[in-house]
Write a protein that binds this ligand. Structure first.
Ligand code: FMN
Length: 193
């Protein structure tokens, strides 16, 4: 059987990001589940804030098309994102908005989030671990036709969530990670597109 390809998209670019750190731990777990993992940085896909006039004048920017193609080249996607004021951060929201504008003109059957298996994770030093952001993201992506899996990981008090070998130290966090990875790989294997 071909390996299941999973793309990890962190929603932060920040040096020392809690979410990039969690993305690395998620990547390890996906590799253990025999997935083939690609991790990207949205910093490699710089995009202006979405503006309909800009799109009408110049079309969808090349970076958005590239990101859409990267998503389309994977069976599933894991988004690991900070929460800003109970919402997804603009970096991530804007990138996803642009991706939904990439359509048939670029040799795709609709935008690449449609039918895609997607998992959501977040890390925060707060008590809720970014769970409110994930609720909004789930709604948004489901509205786009993505297959968002039920299992998710909200890592609360994230700076203190690891042991000295960079593993999640709390049983509940490890269980949530494993359940999320299992579900994502299973759904991605049965690619719904
Ligand atoms: C504009 C802004 C709003 C924030 N709002 C929240 C919030 O609603 N909930 C939360 O848990 N953390 C919030 N934070 C704190 C972030 O969780 C924290 O900065 C985190 O480290 C960002 O993720 P990163 O480390 O991956 O960059 C906010 C941070 C910023 C800059």
């Amino acid at each position: 059987m071909l390996p299941t390809k999973i793309l990890i998209i962190p929603g932060s670019l920040r040096t020392g990001s809690l979410n990039i750190r969690l993305a690395a731990v998620c990547a390890e777990a996906l590799l253990r589940a025999d997935a083939e993992v690609t991790r990207i940085s949205l910093g490699d896909y710089p995009l202006q804030i979405y503006d309909g006039d800009l799109e009408a004048k110049s079309g969808v920017p090349k970076q958005a098309v590239n990101l859409a193609r990267m998503i389309a080249a994977h069976h599933g996607v894991l988004i690991v994102t900070p929460e800003y004021n109970s919402s997804p951060p603009p970096l991530l929201k804007n990138a996803l908005d642009w991706v939904t504008r990439v359509e048939e003109a670029h040799e795709m059957r609709g935008h690449p989030l449609r039918g895609r298996a997607i998992a959501l994770a977040s890390a925060s030093d707060g008590r809720f671990g970014g769970a409110r952001c994930l609720a909004q993201l789930r709604l948004m992506l489901s509205g786009c036709g993505a297959m968002v899996i039920p299992q998710q990981l909200s890592l609360s008090f994230a700076s203190d969530a690891y042991d000295d070998r960079e593993r999640l130290k709390h049983t509940a966090d490890r269980a949530a990670l494993d359940a999320m990875v299992t579900q994502l790989v299973r759904l991605a294997q049965n690619e719904t597109r």
